[in-house]
Design a protein around this ligand. Structure first.
Ligand SMILES: Cc1ncc(COP(=O)(O)O)c(C=O)c1O
Length: 407
């Protein structure tokens, strides 16, 4: 990349110039790592200086097919020359087809398209409210889990079970009650005729990769039925193939169906797309005019999602196999380092619980060309692309072994 000359006559690197522009003109809400990414191919990202990084976080679970996947690139090119946006005033060719595909893989029938996870959760909250208050005016309570994460909009924040995200914006939506995950008695005690919805992440992602027990989910289903509340599964991070099934709730046998499922991140592999998929009962809570989204479900995003789901059908077995391989290699490392307490997760959603902070390990990995993430100070989180190979996992493990040795 070129090295421009600053007005002072000093030379500044492209990367420094980009960082300085951002610090001057962007809202300072992100703490970015000091690299400027330029392009990607497969599981690798390249920065503006040409340095290569093996990506095990995939844009926080979005880049499921890695970078520049030939089939996705082809569809994107074709659709860009045809039609990008119609608004929801008109039909286009891809929403119905994608909704049908989602119905087939989810077991739920009716889709609403939006642009992000949080927007999907807002839709779910409106359905919960509308469903509950039609039954009785004080039926608006939502039960959510401690340590959960559902997004940054005010509704999604209100049901996010981590005070650090909520505290600066209170008071938020009233009627939210938090319960500990996998505590069946607490859930049972908190549910009542006032409960309009129960919201659950099958595997808590941002919270540190904590899977929910099938017994707990079954109890949530039973209680939602008993009190005529809507059961919502947030599959934004843990769904759409990442656990090795289409959705994490399909890991349970028999499958426990929610009334509403929200998914987003990997669906269009980098082009924003969120979905709320519901059964007929939940869908009845929204009449014409009650909800909408200008950009939701545009032709480009929907066509990309259809292409992605075609590819995903063939990838599910390798997601399970590579996930198991990666976890077993991490467990080998855990046996060598007593500060690694646990390796957990499903498919290619993996958390490594440490007894010590993981921040410096993420920095060390970055310096060594490996992208990982740390959540809740002590959990290393891995959300690699679904196309990762055993060879790439071996490369990552080698780098991690070197990093772990320093502690
Ligand atoms: C489980 C979960 N729900 C909701 C969200 C919010 O999604 P978005 O950032 O697309 O609004 C996230 C984002 O990380 C998430 O992990």
């Amino acid at each position: 990349m070129s090295t421009p000359v600053a007005p002072s006559g000093e030379t500044t690197s492209t990367s420094d110039r980009i960082k300085s522009l951002e610090s001057e003109f962007l809202l300072q809400n992100y703490a970015r790592y000091p690299v400027v990414m330029h392009r990607g191919r497969g599981c690798y990202l390249y920065d503006v200086d040409g340095k290569r990084y093996l990506d095990l976080i995939s844009g926080i679970g979005v880049n499921a097919l890695g970078y520049a996947h030939p089939r996705m690139t082809k569809v994107m090119r074709e659709q860009a020359g045809l039609l990008l946006h119609t608004s929801n005033l008109y039909f286009h060719e891809y929403q119905g087809a994608l909704a049908e595909r989602l119905a087939r893989i989810s077991g739920l029938r009716r889709t609403f398209f939006c642009n992000s996870g949080a927007e999907g959760m807002e839709g779910a909250l409106k359905m919960i409210r509308s469903h509950g208050t039609k039954i009785q005016p004080d039926k608006y309570e939502v039960i959510s889990l401690d340590n959960s994460f559902h997004g940054r909009t005010t509704g999604a924040l209100a049901i996010t079970g981590q005070p650090k995200y909520r505290k600066d914006f209170e008071p938020l939506l009233p009627g939210v009650r938090f319960v500990p995950m996998n505590d069946i008695a607490a859930l049972e005690q908190t549910c009542s005729e006032r409960t309009a919805g129960i919201v659950i992440e099958w595997i808590q992602g941002e919270g540190g990769v904590f899977p929910m027990s099938a017994e707990y989910a079954a109890k949530a289903r039973e209680l939602a039925d008993r009190y005529d509340a809507l059961l919502v599964f947030d599959e934004i991070q843990c769904g759409v193939g990442r656990p090795g099934t289409y959705f994490a709730y399909q890991l349970a046998d028999p499958v426990i169906l929610p009334d509403i499922m929200v998914a987003a991140k990997p669906l269009a592999c980098g082009v924003p797309l969120g979905v709320l998929v519901s059964n007929e009962k939940a869908a009845a809570s929204i009449a014409p005019g009650m909800h909408g989204s200008t950009f939701g479900g545009g032709p480009l995003a929907c066509r990309l999602a259809l292409e992605f789901l075609d590819i995903l059908d063939g990838l599910l077995p390798s997601i399970r196999a590579h996930g198991a391989y990666f976890r077993s290699k991490l467990q080998d490392l855990a046996r060598r380092h007593s500060y690694i307490r646990e390796v957990r997760g499903e498919g290619l959603m993996i958390g490594v619980q440490l007894d010590i902070p993981g921040k410096q390990m993420v920095n060390d990995a970055l310096a060594d060309g490996l992208l990982i993430n740390c959540t809740h100070d002590t959990v290393l989180r891995f959300l690699p692309p679904y196309i990762i190979t055993e060879r790439e996992i071996d490369i990552a493990i080698k780098k991690l072994a070197k990093i772990f040795k320093k502690w």
